[in-house]
Design a protein around this ligand. Structure first.
Ligand code: 2AM
Ligand code: CA
Ligand code: CA
Ligand code: CA
Length: 262
């Protein structure tokens, strides 16, 4: 069976190749469809990139499984063995409208435990990656462990939709949080927002509903850097389940849950 280092080297090579395919697609006309609603977009490139990984993984690592957003991977109800959790384009709306602010996100999980995290900011050619226990890197440069910020000095990533009437959270709670922190930001890509938390550009990121492909890669990298990722109740996230999510350094994570969410 392939060792974890070998899998990492291969994943790095493939994610860069996939990034090149996306860059080349800027010159073509995208085929854009909608999914659950008019604003939930998917393009031929989302599907193309997912296929790209599935084909290569099946050939090189036939015993590995793939869980991908666009559904062409395996239908999994357990996390036995090695599973690649892939979001071929995280931030599809940004990809379509802005040609930036999107990423490829991959979490590689062994028997349910995160082993490798990769998030590739394609347009900036910035690959954030780690093997669990060996530190995290931005391209070849080691990323410093996460630092704590006080709530009052923190910048929090949060979709503005959670400040309007919604079924997941009382908008007064999110409004209070946004008022009491130093600043709030919405980038529209969970993978990038998680990597911004990992690298200190954001101090926390909160979402009411994410899928495993949105958070797997980012969670593995944040945990490697000493940060904490849980659902809004403080429970660990599960790599097969959709859930709410809060990511931050441990003290700030606890403070936000205690002051606003419990
Ligand atoms: P996507 O671009 O891969 O779909 C946008 O705020 C973030 O939420 C993106 O990471 C986006 O991922 C994700 N997202 C968008 N629509 C979603 C939906 N209907 N359900 C869950 N996540 C979604
Ligand atoms: Ca999507
Ligand atoms: Ca996503
Ligand atoms: Ca996606």
């Amino acid at each position: 069976m392939a060792g974890i280092e070998e899998i990492h080297v291969q994943a790095v090579q493939w994610i860069k190749e996939a990034g090149q395919r996306i860059i080349q697609s800027f010159e073509t006309i995208l085929d854009i469809e909608t999914k659950s609603n008019m604003n939930d977009l998917v393009t031929n490139m989302d599907k193309d990139v997912e296929h790209f990984f599935i084909e290569r993984i099946a050939e090189r690592f036939p015993d590995h499984k793939v869980l991908g957003e666009e559904g062409s991977g395996h239908d999994l109800d357990e996390l036995n063995g090695i599973v690649w959790i892939i979001d071929p384009i995280d931030g599809t709306m940004n990809f379509v409208h802005q040609q930036r602010n999107f990423a490829i996100s991959i979490g590689i999980v062994e028997n349910g435990v995160g082993r490798i995290g990769l998030i590739y900011d394609v347009v900036h050619d910035e690959l954030y990656h780690c093997i669990k226990g060996e530190g995290a890197f931005l391209n070849e440069k080691r990323i410093e462990p996460m630092r704590e910020a006080t709530l009052e000095e923190s910048i929090v990533g949060l979709n503005a939709i959670w400040l309007t009437d919604n079924k997941k959270i009382d908008k007064n709670i999110t409004a209070k949080l946004v008022r009491e922190v130093r600043g709030s930001r919405s980038y529209g890509s969970a993978a990038l927002e998680l990597i911004y938390v990992a690298t200190g550009r954001l101090d926390a990121y909160i979402s009411m509903r994410l899928a495993p492909w949105d958070f797997a890669g980012g969670t593995i990298i944040i945990e490697e850097l000493g940060g904490k990722v849980t659902d809004l109740q403080g429970n660990p996230v599960h790599y097969l389940k959709k859930s709410s999510l809060i990511a931050a350094a441990p003290k700030l994570h606890q403070t936000i849950i205690e002051r606003y969410l419990s």
